[in-house]
Design a protein around this ligand. Structure first.
Ligand SMILES: [Cu+2]
Length: 198
């Protein structure tokens, strides 16, 4: 931060305008003071999510469309279950899923939980958004099954109780690494995994 100050002043001096220089120096000092005011950790936490998935998405090309299933594409059948009888044991039975790009994925998601008070979902998301989506899911609340509206969510199951299952059929997203997570409050740390499209 100390290094930025002289650089900005030199650039402004090239304008040969004293008013601008004074204003710029004042602005810089204010920015400097503000940025040093709070604790560093807090400002990082606030800024990081604002680096904004929507901006990144804008460069991603066409939006992922879960309904754009190609009838001629090979079908890959997968299954994943939510297991564990309590908060300490809950997890998905797989931490990795892998499919070929261009395929149609037919994923059976099943809850083998025993406690009806502990439902689970399976949400496929763009990598790097897990904490943000888990937080947003919590805010979305029970009415929305803890699934927020967000462009970084590609596929979302319903909230399943014990021994319920749902088959999710969707086109494999473009090759790359994705993540899956359960957005039921308090579950995302334990219930997450990697979804690879090769
Ligand atoms: Cu869960």
């Amino acid at each position: 931060m100390n290094k930025q100050l002289p650089i900005r002043v030199v650039i402004t001096l090239n304008n040969n305008n004293m008013k601008t220089i004074k204003l710029s120096v004042l602005a810089l000092c204010t920015m400097f003071l503000c940025s040093c005011g709070g604790s560093k950790q807090e400002s990082v936490k606030e800024v990081a999510p604002a680096v904004d998935a929507t901006t990144l998405l804008a460069d991603d090309g066409p939006k992922y469309d879960i309904n754009a299933i190609d009838g001629t594409a090979p079908v890959v059948e997968l299954s994943i279950a939510a297991i564990g009888a309590n908060m300490a044991e809950m997890k998905y039975d797989k931490s990795n899923l892998e499919v070929a790009s261009g395929s149609t994925v037919k994923l059976t998601f099943e809850s083998k939980a025993t406690d009806p008070a502990m439902p689970h979902n399976w949400i496929l998301i763009r990598k790097g958004n897990l904490d943000r989506i888990a937080r947003k899911g919590m805010e979305a609340g029970a009415d929305k099954s803890y699934v927020p509206s967000d462009d970084d969510i590609l596929v979302a199951s319903k909230l399943l109780g014990p021994n319920e299952k749902q088959v999710l059929t969707f086109p494999a997203p473009p090759a790359g690494e994705y993540q899956f997570v359960c957005t039921y409050p308090g579950h995302s740390m334990m219930m997450q995994g990697v979804f690879i499209v090769k």
